[in-house]
Design a protein around this ligand. Structure first.
Ligand SMILES: Nc1ncnc2c1ncn2[C@@H]1O[C@H](COP(=O)(O)OP(=O)(O)OP(=O)(O)O)[C@@H](O)[C@H]1O
Length: 237
């Protein structure tokens, strides 16, 4: 079942209205879709169009899951200056009306897993980039939405947090969540993505499973890194 359907004709900024054009894809329940592409290709703009952050937009975006909700984890974490880590979690729980015992169970499990227990009552504005990223991830996972939209999640995460996060995403897929994430980490993307959308110059250059991309490139055992370079150089699609 589809949880997100996207048909963006055009989206962008005041001085660059057509930063992205003709971006069409769907995200299914239990699927992880990777948005990849070189710097300036339009990954963040696509995500901002889906989440309604940029005003200049034409096309259709439809959330189709049971709750029709999503969580957006941006590339740049942002926090309330006067709230501690735990108060951020309490606030998210109140806004999303999570039942108290479920909230406590999820929150404790996640802060333990990401080794943030010692800074539970500290202010996230004083955290390192990686610790801030972990808290953004925890705030998202707490809510258990139909859809996750995550911009460059792996930057700043240490190897053990990366593995923990990948395992948590696997768990969320099993629960039925759809996950859309953008990344430059092609080795990780190759491992975890069920479907890949390759953007360049604001448009889709290729889309499909890893096998589809290998077939398109005629690189039977090619890595995503190999396919990425082949597709960008040859503009096959
Ligand atoms: N705030 C902005 N105002 C005007 N143009 C922008 C703005 N942000 C991005 N752009 C332009 O939109 C295009 C797509 O940029 P975008 O940030 O979506 O790329 P990206 O694929 O996420 O790149 P990166 O991998 O470097 O993060 C680029 O030409 C960029 O210059």
């Amino acid at each position: 079942m589809k949880v997100l359907d996207i048909a963006i004709k055009e989206a962008g900024y005041a001085e660059n209205k057509g930063a992205i054009k003709d971006i069409d894809f769907s995200l299914n329940e239990g699927e992880l879709l990777g948005l990849i592409g070189p710097n300036g290709a339009g990954k963040s703009t696509t995500i901002k169009a889906i989440t309604g952050i940029i005003p200049g937009f034409s096309g259709e975006i439809e959330f189709l899951g049971k709750k029709k909700n999503y969580v957006y984890i941006p590339e740049q974490p942002s926090f309330y200056e006067k709230l501690t880590l735990w108060e951020h979690l309490e606030l998210a729980s109140a806004v999303h009306e999570i039942e108290r015992s479920i909230f406590l169970q999820r929150a404790e499990k996640l802060i333990n897993l990401f080794n943030l227990i010692k800074v539970k009552h500290h202010f996230p504005t004083s955290f390192s980039k990686g610790m801030q990223q972990k808290l953004m991830i925890i705030l998202g996972l707490l809510i258990e939405p139909d859809v996750y939209i995550i911009d460059e999640p792996f930057v700043g995460l240490d190897p053990s947090a990366t593995i923990d996060f990948i395992n948590l995403l696997e768990g969320e897929k099993k629960r039925g969540a759809g996950i859309l994430l953008s990344t430059h980490q092609l080795d990780i993307a190759e491992r975890i993505c069920d479907y890949i959308v390759l953007l360049s110059d604001g448009q889709i250059t290729a889309k499909g499973s890893m096998e589809d991309l290998q077939q398109t490139c005629k690189l039977r055992d090619g890595s995503l890194f190999d396919c990425f370079h082949f597709l960008l150089e040859n503009k096959v699609c």
